[in-house]
Design a protein. Sequence first.
Length: 110
Amino acid sequence: MNPYLLLAMAIAAEVVATTALKASAGFSRLGPSLLVVAGYGAAFWLLGLVMHTVPVGVAYAIWSGAGIVLITLLAVVVYRQLPDLPALLGMGLIIAGVVVIQLWSDSGGH
């Protein structure tokens, strides 16, 4: 399977798990707590598969960068937590960094 598809799946699982972490209320609610454990388990398993072919630094940069942005977007929708301008600028820099790695770095896995 395409490692970048696996990476996208790992990112999705991590985003679901992290979003459910708040809903778990300190692991006092069973449903969200199970989602946290399953989501993180799937995310790390998939990330491990990705690292068979994609360099560790590249895989982790994409995984964490995309996760930060997607979790922030979900927090806006689900929890009504709006990021301020410095947070948005920082996320823009993270996205720019991932793009630079993918397009111009020799360690970009291409």
